[in-house]
Design a protein. Structure first.
Length: 285
């Protein structure tokens, strides 16, 4: 249903302000499938919520949604028309986490591992769900262009493994992250070696793409098991997350608006007793 091209929807979307653009509410976007609209929503969510104080569990939920959608598209051979924004969001999230490893500590690595598994799903099986061969070439170009992100993560994961010799969980996660980095770095190394033969230091996008097309057959990638398997949904973890978010909203409301005498539980009880089947009376009627 989400990918049914006969069922096109106009789903409104708010695009929050960012450094390179102003905020915008798109009330009537072009008709698209529900999967396409969901891709837009996840992209906006990830790109506009890279903050030091943001709950990590929400990143994990977003990654889980994308993982399940991509795995389904791979199985059914549905073509993902809006792959590039999602790919950009995943690499940008990886960069944000790796750049702030000193602040977050070990907490970044399980999320980085999930992102890397998803990126390897793109790399290994992209020919089954990306629009065409040209899209796959552009994906390789993006990996080469964002080389520093993967190098940065490799360096921090290697450091974690060296300093966690007696902490089994840290060693396990760090080793898995390093293992999942093999394909992106193989793409970088393989094509950069070919580019070096051109004896120039600057390349246009088209020149890089031409090298990718001419040398793709000699690229050797690692095949991973279980790339289609997303982390299982945990009802308890979602419940705990909602409890934490409610407590945080309550705390912030008390601090910002001085609602010290406001009974949140009474309000929630009143809201829960509203019969949604009854029409809401107009004010003053």
């Amino acid at each position: 249903m989400m990918h049914d091209s006969n069922l096109l929807l106009c789903i409104p979307l708010y695009r929050p302000p960012m450094l390179h653009r102003e905020g915008e509410f798109v009330e009537r976007p072009a008709p698209a499938t529900a999967a396409s609209a969901l891709s837009d929503l996840i992209y906006e969510f990830i790109m506009s919520h890279m903050r030091l104080s943001f709950p990590f569990q929400l990143y994990e939920l977003a990654i889980g949604i994308v993982h399940r959608m991509v795995a389904f598209e791979k199985r059914m051979c549905f073509r993902m028309t809006k792959w590039k924004p999602l790919f950009e969001a995943l690499v940008s999230l990886l960069n944000f986490l790796a750049s702030n490893e000193a602040h977050f500590g070990f907490a970044i690595y399980p999320i980085c591992l999930r992102v890397m598994v998803l990126l390897n799903l793109f790399i290994t099986y992209g020919d089954t769900f990306l629009p065409n061969d040209i899209a796959y070439d552009h994906m390789c170009y993006e990996i080469i262009r964002r080389e520093n992100v993967f190098r940065k993560l490799l360096k921090s994961a290697a450091k974690l493994r060296e300093t966690s010799e007696h902490i089994e969980e840290n060693m396990r996660i760090a080793t898995k992250v390093i293992g999942q980095l093999e394909n992106p770095l193989e793409i970088v190394n393989h094509f950069k070696n070919k580019l070096a033969q051109l004896h120039t230091n600057t390349f246009s996008e088209e020149e890089v793409l031409e090298v990718v097309r001419a040398n793709f057959d000699s690229l050797h990638l690692k095949l991973y098991e279980g790339l289609e398997t997303a982390e299982p949904y945990s009802h308890d973890s979602i419940t705990n997350l909602l409890d934490e978010l409610i407590a945080l909203v309550r705390k912030n409301s008390l601090e910002r608006y001085g609602l010290h005498n406001f009974d949140f539980f009474e309000m929630l009880h009143a809201l829960s007793s509203i019969d949604s089947s009854e029409p809401t009376p107009l004010v003053g009627s």
